[in-house]
Design a protein around this ligand. Structure first.
Ligand code: KG4
Ligand code: ZN
Length: 341
């Protein structure tokens, strides 16, 4: 079993996780989100500087929490893409320096695959083959995963906004703040999810013939904005709940269809939006009805963290994947085919 330290800096979280094989030992996160709130979105330069400042302390705290010394670490894993290039560079440089100083292997890994890998921590269950719904701030895809490190097929993806992006934009329209997902989740609890019938993108007969497992959230976004404009005394809680329902309804129904069509009865849901309480509830209900085994990481491990990076590094080691070269280049636009650099 390998003791792996994972570093994540692709967006606004400076995060370090430590795992021993599949066992989670530490997960420390320092977020610069407060510094971005007044801009209504993450400012790349501000995020990069915050990573530089936070990194040493976050690493120290993770080692302390895991009760291990830096010399005990067997391998370093780091998010090498996708993400903000300046932010990624801070993580990749830190990980490369550690790898050189400790003379331990380096694994540059894909952030999106890492979101899925975190589901394997602290459990013996075998999740593959599985259908994976990956829903984050920048991505929304349905994947057929036979082996997370070398056999992942994209069945569908968003043709415009990502699910998390839709949450963030709608929260902005309603002046609820940033990031939008957690606040919409909270406000929606006071609302009625079937009070407004917002459109479900790419679910009509004609559209779904060409885009069976694809998503589109831009029509929904426009419909919500128009509703707000035309309804002066609208109830925020009802709009939040109805909007959220339209998103999660489509996400779950297409994922369940992908399971049925491919004859795979495992579904993993991962990424920041998987922290959504209504998504978790609806997925549970629908998977039970369709006899699909559902797995969603604990909410705290769905949003960006270092444990997921360590988890993917650990999986790569157990699959016999070769380490990365020192000098690997971060790739801000990495696709799911580039799992380990
Ligand atoms: O995976 P993640 O932490 O970062 C990226 O890789 O993008 O996902 C962040 C996204 C944001 O858009 C955020 O609004 C959304 O996940 N999110 C949520 C919730 N918590 C975070 N969306 C809906 N409900 C939530 N509870
Ligand atoms: Zn993420």
């Amino acid at each position: 079993m390998a003791l792996v330290l994972g570093i994540e800096t692709s967006c606004d979280e400076t995060a370090v996780g430590i795992v021993d094989g599949r066992k989670l030992l530490a997960n420390v996160i320092s977020s610069s989100v407060e510094q971005h709130v007044r801009f209504g979105g993450v400012v790349p330069e501000v995020a990069s500087r915050a990573h530089l400042e936070a990194m040493p302390q976050v690493i120290k705290q993770a080692l302390k929490t895991a009760r291990v010394s830096i010399k005990d670490i067997d391998a370093i894993a780091v998010t090498a893409g996708p993400g903000l290039i300046g932010a990624l560079l801070v993580g990749v440089s830190s990980a490369s320096a550690l790898s050189l100083a400790l003379n331990k292997p380096l694994y540059g890994v894909n952030h999106l695959s890492a979101h899925i890998a975190v589901d394997q921590l602290d459990t013996e269950k075998q999740i593959t083959p599985t259908i994976a719904l990956l829903v984050s701030g920048g991505h929304s895809s349905i994947l057929k995963v036979k082996n997370l490190v070398n056999d992942v097929q994209v069945l569908g993806a968003t043709i415009d906004d990502a699910a998390g992006e839709a949450f963030d934009k709608i929260a902005r329209v309603m002046d609820l703040g940033f990031p939008g997902g957690p606040v919409i989740d909270r406000v929606a609890k006071e609302g009625n999810f079937d009070s407004i019938n917002f459109p479900r993108g790419l679910t009509g007969t004609v559209e779904s013939a060409n885009h069976k497992f694809d998503f589109s959230f831009s029509g929904l976004k426009t419909a919500v904005a128009r509703y707000i404009e035309q309804t002066p005394n609208y109830r925020k809680a009802d709009v939040a709940a109805s909007f959220q329902e339209a998103v999660v309804d489509v996400l779950i129904s297409k994922s369940v269809s992908a399971c049925i069509e491919s004859g795979i009865d495992n579904l993993v849901i991962a990424g920041g939006v998987a922290a959504n309480s209504r998504l978790r509830q609806l997925a549970q209900e629908r998977c039970q009805t369709s006899q699909i085994k559902l797995s969603i990481p604990p909410a705290a491990l769905c949003t960006d963290n270092g444990a997921m990076v360590a988890a993917l590094g650990s999986l790569a080691i157990s699959e016999g994947v070769q380490p990365s070269q020192i000098g690997i280049e971060a790739n801000s636009a990495a696709s799911l085919t580039q799992v380990v650099w």
